[in-house]
Design a protein. Sequence first.
Lengths: 316, 487
Amino acid sequence: MLSRVADSIYWMSRYLERAANTARFLEVSYHMNLDDEGEASEQWAPLVEITGDMKKFEARYGDASRENVMHFLMFNPEYPNSVANCLKAARLNARGLREILPPDLFKEINALGKLVPEATREKAFFHQRVFELCRQIKRTDMLISGVVSETMERGKGYYFWRLGEYLERADKTSRLLHVKYFHLLPKISDIGTPMDDIHWSALLLSLDAREVYHRTYGLITQENVIDMIVFDRGFPRAIYFCMQSALDSLHRITGDTDDVPHEQLKHLCKTFSELTAKDVIDTGINEFVDDLQLSLNGVNNAIFELFNTAPLSTGA
Amino acid sequence: MNFDGYETDAFFDELMDNQGLPRPSAQLLVDAIENLPEGDLLSRQSASEQAMRDMGVTFNVYGSGEGTERTIPFDIVPRIIEGSEWDIVEAGLKQRIKAVNRFIDDIYHDRSIIADGVVPEWIFTSSKGYLPQCQGLNPPKGVWAHVTGTDLIRDADGTFFVLEDNLRVPSGVSYVLLNRTLMKRNFPQVFHRSRVRRVVDYPDQFMKMLHRLAPEGVEKPNVAVLTPGVYNSAYFEHAFLAQQMGAMLVEGRDLVYDGKYICARTTAGLQRIDIIYRRVDDEFLDPDVFRADSTLGCRGMMKAFREGTLTLANAPGTGVADDKVVYAFVPDMIKYYLGEEPLLPNVPTHLCYDPEALEYTLDNLEKLVVKPASESGGYGMIVGPQSTAEERNEFAKALRADPRNYISQPTLSLSRAPVVVDDHFEGRHLDLRPYILHSGESTYVLPGGLTRVALKKGSLVVNSSQGGGTKDTWVVDRTAKPETVPC
């Protein structure tokens, strides 16, 4: 497989996963804030905090109101990680890959790429349109994942896709945990209150994990929620599951080797298998998430290095 | 919708005879369309256009701003050609491509056709498509033009003429295949009963043709389609063909010359490429040999081609026969190389390099079509009867300044076929581009080809860049009047 093509599939998959996750966060935040009974002002700033781009946001918008945060994360054409830009980038990659994509897969990504720009042309999209849009993005992303699963041959292309998807998802789930941390910041006294439970519950909801959580653990506790979304081995959005799946995908591409990304991922998985939710709480959610994101960035860079080692074309 | 009140005027109509009655080959189709419930044809038409957009079958329009994606308008009424008529066209095209390939090979070697005084020397020395870098090269089996799209037109009595040969990187075949898919969906029963010759195996024929031209000693060649990239106007087609043929789609930046072979940069290191179907123009193929600023090709490509480790289709240098001046001599080439009479006539052509022809052309600008010899896409031409005096004056200046670069032809009464206009049918002019695959030992002609139709009323220019659309083309073998079938 061409290095360019592999890179392009990997990123297409990451962009889609990124867009769908942002859509998930937005939808759930909206619902959570509706339940806030007006006691405190709505909390939208954490969604920006976790992107690490708070400064950019403040310079452009000022106040972290619902409309501003929504616009920034969903529509902003200058913010590279806005949903609109991620979907646009995925669509562009798909156009460059269409000779190897199953036709139905191309069709869905192509249509999804046009969805958000079309929505911005509609007036009065808040409250109804935007949240419907979030649902639509999430659903289409799941549909795409299904089409990939049903139509792509289990060759390199498929595993580069999964590799991108799982690494991105591991990163995004960790950021979700980060949201919770930022929510706690202003009112540390909220811990253990009904509002605290609502936050954890919302977090589970955005991962489609609430029902399975209650079935498995019963009532909400901080420790159990962390156990589920960080360390669970069977839940497809849990960080450990994602990293293990990324490692499997990498393994399918290269076979069992000791190259850099393999080693890094193996090491991460091993570390995770020895940790517990209590360790995370003791370390501090903030520190834990920061460390993890650094490690995941390292893996991402190592993957690029590994598959692009051939000399640059002298014609280019 | 029905064809009541449909006028063929004084033109040859592809579906109707001059009494306005369906030709035998079109009877089934016309009956089926007329029996559709009101509004049904229109909704099929718009569903087909939506299907094209969903599939991303779009092209970029040059010079109209970034991100301008359009679909080529598709007309749902197919054009129909009788099998017996087509057989003659097919034989004529095979004859033509053989002679043209012999000519190109001759030009880059002994030039016997010039020594024998059949064509004048200046036609290649002054041709923009002649590449001195290709002198003496020997592509596999002596074949230079593997893929050709030859434009045909029919005049007022239905005679086929060759309008031009596209020997460089002809585009449009993906539309033939897609239009066919849409039509089979829309008119399955009529299609089946009409016994339409199939086009679906074109990608297989293409791949087989390429395999026959593999470098010596290569059993299972690696085939790549070379595209300028996603922003090229024909990108969709490049990707589509690669996908359908099972070839790798590469850009210049994916390729590297390792000193002997052209290789692709893959996740598992360098991989040798044996055959490149290139959709990049000659001058961009290799910065060492042609344009030094090109990033679309790869350094070393010509070396690999010269040394026979790489097959290029089409070979560089075919443009020498793609010139509209050289075109005028193709009937002579057929006689010279094959000892045969041409089966398909050329449109009568005046070469403006000849002072008499130039005078004639200048005096009759309002009646003639004048074209630059080495442009494509309908750019830089003038259609006399549809021009203003001011346009003709401007054009005359350009013509006088560079007569070698122009040819003129009579404005033919191009044939027409019905297209859907709002809620009824109107006749529009069209041409036909069949695709020919040639590997030396065998020649395959795609039955039918791309029908391009000038959607603007009265217009004779069918190019997609100038407001043209497409139709499916049916070569049918059933002409006896059968019972009516639903669509």
